[in-house]
Ligand binder design. Structure first.
Ligand code: GSH
Length: 196
């Protein structure tokens, strides 16, 4: 893999996902901190050369090629590695969790965390439907892990990394992990994989 620049914001789980994959695979990259709350991801130059969607994470190569969307970037960086299961069914299961993470988990758990951490909102001011959606997501993960060690097949994969990113900081969004013992054990297992 050629050297690349990773545009990210410290504290963003979407950016952390990409950084974790790049680090675990020992890839050669530079982290470019983008102060998103100062509009740094919305400048003409950023939109033209990094991501027309105006968000982080994104990666760029010396050739000028650029890629955005955390899960797409992870898939690209991890191509051919053990983080993507070789078995087609296990791989499909990994995709299933990646899509679910973006459609259901992140829009509830990451969004509620952002409202508290970055917008200073109080629990009482947050739509209870968002809280319920996040709790349902955590309960689904807990139930799944009663029967399996990892989310896709028999091995640690991108599905675990994607789900770890916002689950381990879910308490910052007001979601207690206390009721989810199996999920907490999986978080510990995943942290061990990530920290070698
Ligand atoms: N679906 C995108 C979401 C990216 C996203 O929401 N990025 C946020 C930080 S986590 C951002 O750049 N916000 C700044 C903005 O929208 O101006 C992904 O997975 O990469």
């Amino acid at each position: 893999m050629d050297h690349f620049k990773l545009y990210g914001f410290t504290g963003s789980g979407n950016c952390e996902k990409v950084r974790m994959v790049a680090d675990i695979l020992g890839l050669d990259y530079d982290w470019i901190e983008v102060p998103i709350f100062d509009g740094a991801s919305r400048t003409e130059n950023y939109l033209d050369t990094v991501n027309p969607g105006g968000q982080v994470p994104a990666i760029t190569f010396a050739t000028g090629r650029a890629l955005s969307q955390s899960n797409a970037i992870m898939l690209y960086l991890a191509e051919g590695s053990t983080l993507i299961p070789p078995d087609p069914f296990d791989r499909a299961q990994m995709y299933s969790w990646l899509f679910w993470e973006q459609y259901t988990h992140e829009p509830a758990i990451a969004v509620r965390r952002a409202l508290i951490q970055y917008r200073g909102m109080k629990d009482a001011d947050i739509d209870p439907a968002l809280t319920e959606k996040g709790q349902d997501a955590l309960a689904l993960m807990e139930r799944t892990l009663h029967n399996q060690k990892w989310f896709a097949g028999y091995q640690f994969s991108l599905a675990d990394i994607a789900l770890y990113a916002y689950t381990h900081v879910a308490p910052e969004g007001g979601f207690s992990l206390q009721p989810y013992e199996t999920l907490r054990r999986w978080l510990d297992r995943t942290a061990e994989q990530l920290n070698g």
